[in-house]
Design a protein around this ligand. Structure first.
Ligand code: AMP
Ligand code: GLY
Length: 428
């Protein structure tokens, strides 16, 4: 391939999801050079050149200058925070595409009250809710309800902003902390109090190019820390793909009643949505309902889906950014995958850092296994050490869900560190 057809890519973000994205970008023959913002993640450091400027909204012009200087033709933004801060708006240029929605579009995830209003206006099925900024009114409303509700901070809270209180004192404590600004700062000063739904949960991830919606292979996340969905909520302790919970008929309903009306409603708001649209759904007896929208790939759903992706991810990004999703075919490996997250001691409350991790190469040596780094670092002796809550994602692809599951656990069993936490029932 001639060099002029290659494209330099900047990847923003530093977790397991971004390692999966980086690997897919690095596997593309279209890649010129990959630049990364988080070289402290050794998985990313191996694949890309670290940017030598600060990465933050206040100094975003430095990153823009960096992109100009290094002829970055495509920026891929992994996490929600930079999207909500408007990185996509700031980094887009005449000769540079950005994969990830603009700031206004990212409000869909960054403000749950706004997202609810949008859904209500478009009759998109979701839980009934009311929003509050006043503590006394919020408490009175919870007290007046017959069923225990769900409480949600409106803003971004790193997966910790939702509680399903089992008693009134728990609800009062959450509301007091949120609305008083003690928890989540400004992100908690508005809360949603929502009807509690029941049913299995699924994540439907799609690509949107302004007009077309391309539903990706499904994945199913396991959010609780412990086996049998016990213990506290986490960012996600594992995932498998495809999901076993969503059949073609349900997917048709999701597309017709949720995805298409969401994009239409955004259009009516003057929002041109381009990037990933992730709908977190509950399959209730009354049909699928939206729990939340995310404007990015899920973590660890991304790690479960990407080892199955056969098409060129750079092509996919370009088609998404340029309104050409209908021109490409996205191919996936038919075989299912299973992703097991290894978390550090103390996760999710107080993850312990600095514990030496052994066995990563032994896990990687197994066929059809990939290990993505999330919360890892290298110590001064060159050992991998824990450096965050979710440390590694171990993913295997197999002929059957059971085979993928067995292989992922065989690979995970090669890895160890002090206090390692792992669910044993992912995909089971
Ligand atoms: P969210 O961040 O809004 O997806 O909420 C996190 C988790 O809380 C979800 O994955 C569900 O397990 C649970 N949840 C959120 N909203 C509701 C609801 N209305 N009813 C029951 N469970 C919910
Ligand atoms: N795994 C859930 C999320 O990424 O929001």
């Amino acid at each position: 391939m001639n060099d002029t057809t290659r494209i330099n890519v900047l990847l923003i973000g530093g977790g397991g999801r971004e390692h999966a994205l980086a690997k897919a970008i690095a596997d593309s023959p279209k890649l010129g050079r990959l630049h990364i913002t988080h070289p402290q993640n050794p998985g990313l450091a191996k694949l890309g050149t670290p940017v030598d400027v600060p990465v933050g909204k206040a100094e975003i012009y430095r990153l823009t200058q960096y992109c100009d200087k290094h002829k970055i033709g495509l920026v891929v933004i992994g996490p929600e925070n930079p999207l909500a801060e408007g990185f996509a708006d700031a980094l887009a240029a005449k000769d540079r595409l950005v994969f990830g929605p603009n700031q206004q579009a990212a409000t869909l995830e960054a403000d749950k009250v706004w997202a609810k209003q949008l859904m209500r206006g478009a009759s998109i099925p979701t839980a009934e809710s009311r929003d509050f900024t006043n503590l006394d009114r919020a408490i009175a409303y919870v007290e007046s309800r017959e069923e225990p509700p769900v409480l949600k901070a409106a803003g971004l809270a790193a997966g910790k902003g939702v509680v399903l209180p089992s008693a009134m004192d728990e609800a009062v404590a959450f509301l007091t902390d949120c609305l008083g600004g003690k928890k989540f700062g400004d992100a908690g000063r508005k809360v949603l109090i929502e009807e509690r739904l029941s049913g299995p949960e699924v994540s439907v991830l799609s690509l949107v190019d302004g007009r077309n919606i391309y539903v990706l292979e499904t994945a199913q996340d396991h959010k609780r820390l412990k086996d049998n969905d016990d213990g506290p909520n986490t960012g996600g302790m594992g995932a498998f793909s495809p999901s076993t919970r969503i059949d073609d008929r349900t997917m048709d309903i999701v597309q017709r009643e949720i995805l298409v009306p969401t994009i239409d409603a955004l259009k009516r708001e003057g929002i041109d949505y381009r990037g990933v649209l992730y709908a977190g759904l509950m399959l209730t007896p009354a049909g699928p309902k939206v729990l939340e929208y995310n404007v990015r790939f899920g973590d660890p759903e991304c790690q479960a889906i990407f080892p199955r992706l056969k098409s060129d991810f750079i092509d996919i990004c370009i088609a998404t950014c340029t309104g050409k999703l209908s021109d490409i075919d996205i191919e996936f490996d038919e075989r299912p995958s299973c992703c097991v997250v290894l978390a550090s001691d103390g996760y999710p409350e107080s993850p312990k850092k600095g514990d030496i991790i052994s066995g990563i190469p032994d896990a990687e040596a197994i066929d059809d296994v990939v290990v993505y780094h999330a919360g890892t670092a290298l110590d001064e002796k060159g050992n991998f050490v824990t450096n965050g809550g979710r440390v590694l994602s171990v993913v295997a692809v197999g002929d059957t869900p059971k085979a993928a599951n067995t292989k992922a656990y065989e690979a995970a069993s090669k890895i160890s560190f002090a206090g390692m936490q792992m669910r044993t029932d992912i995909g089971g």
